[in-house]
Write a protein that binds this ligand. Structure first.
Ligand SMILES: Nc1ncnc2c1ncn2[C@@H]1O[C@H](COP(=O)(O)OP(=O)(O)O)[C@@H](O)[C@H]1O
Ligand SMILES: [Mg+2]
Length: 229
């Protein structure tokens, strides 16, 4: 399976906008790109077509006709980690089923951009986390983070967890860089690189009207390197 797994230091860090931007950048390169949000949770259904808002944005950015169930095989109507969201809605998480859905989708497309949920250690089942899923998917990982207070700790913890699981971290994306960064925020990408030994492959400015299209133009290099043979 060819693709990339987009994780982040936490929820709300910009995984969706990065995954959608990357899918759009790949499409621009004429790559037959698919998208997947294997696990999604929310307080309510987003639209009649898409249960999750993330799925809707990913599908639009990649311009795919795949169904909601193909893109997002596991949805739970409670905003929580899938383990808890599933339990409390009298459901359960079937990793094998979701993996099978990813395999099927990667037959239809030559490259699949997969967006995780929350951060890398989010529990999916009593025994498995998002990291286990990324490992079973055999996909390299890109980590989305931000340059604000608390980020060094979260970013280094995320890289360490990925290494512990044997995941191949291709790069880190620093999202939401303020227009006028403080000296500390400005120094954050290079400090992250020094401590993690992982390249920061893009820095995305904070925007009052963020869009995956704007993000796409900043991810052209990453799109090229991920699809190089
Ligand atoms: N560069 C940015 N500047 C401003 N807002 C952003 C930026 N990137 C993302 N956002 C906003 O932050 C929120 C969380 O982004 P999202 O991509 O949904 O994160 P995640 O998928 O990690 O939960 C969204 O409302 C999104 O529009
Ligand atoms: Mg998201």
């Amino acid at each position: 399976m060819r693709g990339v797994f987009i994780t982040g230091t936490s929820t709300g860090v910009g995984k969706t906008i990065v995954a959608a931007g990357l899918a759009a950048a790949l499409r621009k390169r004429n790559v037959n790109v698919g998208v997947m949000k294997p696990f999604a949770t929310a307080s309510k259904r987003y639209s009649s077509k898409f249960r999750s808002e993330d799925t809707a944005m990913l599908a639009r950015a990649a311009d795919v006709k795949d169904s909601d169930e193909e893109i997002n095989p596991a949805f739970y109507e409670l905003p929580a980690a899938p383990l808890m969201a599933a339990k409390m809605t009298n459901s359960s998480v079937n990793m094998q089923e979701v993996l099978y859905a990813l395999k099927k989708l990667s037959i239809k497309h030559s490259f699949v951009v997969v967006e995780g949920i929350g951060g890398i250690m989010v529990p999916l089942t009593e025994k498995e986390t998002v990291a286990d899923f990324a490992k079973l998917a055999e996909m390299p990982v890109v980590i989305v983070t931000h340059p604000l207070l608390g980020t060094m700790n979260h970013t280094i913890l995320t890289v360490n967890a990925c290494r512990q699981y044997g995941l191949d971290v291709k790069g880190i994306i620093v999202n939401m860089m303020p227009k006028k960064p403080s000296p500390v925020e400005k120094a954050t990408p290079e400090t992250i690189e020094r401590f993690t030994k992982i390249p920061v492959v893009a820095t995305i400015p904070f925007s009052k009207s963020p869009s995956y299209r704007k993000t796409a133009s900043l991810l052209e290099k990453l799109a090229a390197s991920l699809t190089m043979h």
